[in-house]
Design a protein around this ligand. Structure first.
Ligand code: ZN
Length: 65
């Protein structure tokens, strides 16, 4: 069963919570949103993006704690 993708209109409104507020790209295979600026990855649960920085993973592993 495919993951529930966020609505396209929602994706257009979403921006990274970091100060740069860059647009996010939806990765259908990962079911996650990736920031085009800082490469943070935000999970999508039941079509709802989890926009917490604490829950974001970074593809280059900044936070080691
Ligand atoms: Zn960002």
């Amino acid at each position: 069963m495919p993951a529930t993708a966020p609505k396209p209109v929602l994706l257009e409104l979403l921006r990274c919570p970091e100060p740069h507020h860059a647009p996010l790209a939806y990765d259908r295979e990962e079911n996650a949103l990736t920031c085009s600026e800082c490469a943070k990855v935000f999970r999508v649960e039941d079509g709802i993006p989890v926009m917490l920085l604490d829950g974001a993973s970074s593809s280059y592993g900044v936070n080691g704690e």
